[in-house]
Write a protein that binds this ligand. Structure first.
Ligand code: DAT
Ligand code: MG
Length: 156
């Protein structure tokens, strides 16, 4: 099954800067489907689970302070190879390194305040989606435009 789901977070800087719509629009325009969407606050406990691989890193404390500083928008984005497609759309980790045309490369100049999170692989996507969404908050639905966006070959 080549149709994947991934977790995208529009981080507190993106919400503060009024970029929720601009960022969500990028995923919609690409043809990806929004299977879940909500505004929420990341608690320290959720940050510890979400960023468990980074707990020992020097930047962890600052990262958690930033991520818990205000509301963020959580999205479940679905489509063919959605995990890799979304990561490419986000650009390199630090906005200063990200190519123009990417979300980080078009909207940011910061290192840490890099606007978006995207799961980095299938295991992370599954784990992270379960952290942020209850099953009933994710939706399976067809759109009238799906036949023009995804072919049978894409689904295979
Ligand atoms: P990504 O968000 O591109 O998957 P990551 O998982 O390596 O990057 O790191 C998670 C977040 O932590 C990243 O979006 C920004 C912050 N971060 C990573 N490395 C950092 C560093 N060396 N200094 C400061 N913040 C860093
Ligand atoms: Mg990461």
């Amino acid at each position: 099954m080549a149709i994947e789901r991934t977790l995208i977070l529009i981080k507190p800087d993106g919400v503060q800067r009024g970029l929720i719509g601009s960022i969500v629009e990028r995923f919609e325009r690409r043809g990806l489907k929004i299977a879940g969407l909500k505004l929420m606050k990341m608690t320290e406990a959720l940050a510890a689970q979400h960023y468990k691989d980074h707990v020992t890193k020097g930047f962890y404390k600052g990262l958690v302070a930033f991520m818990t500083s205000g509301p963020l928008a959580a999205l479940c984005v679905e489509g063919p190879k959605a995990i890799e497609v979304a990561r490419k759309m986000m650009g390199k980790t630090f906005c200063t390194d990200a190519e123009p045309g990417t979300i980080r490369g078009d909207f940011g100049v910061s290192r840490g305040m890099n606007l978006v999170h995207g799961s980095d692989g299938p295991d992370a996507a599954k784990r992270e989606l379960a952290l942020f969404f209850k099953p009933e908050e994710l939706f399976e639905y067809s759109r009238a435009l799906d036949a023009a966006v995804v072919s049978d070959e894409d689904r295979a």
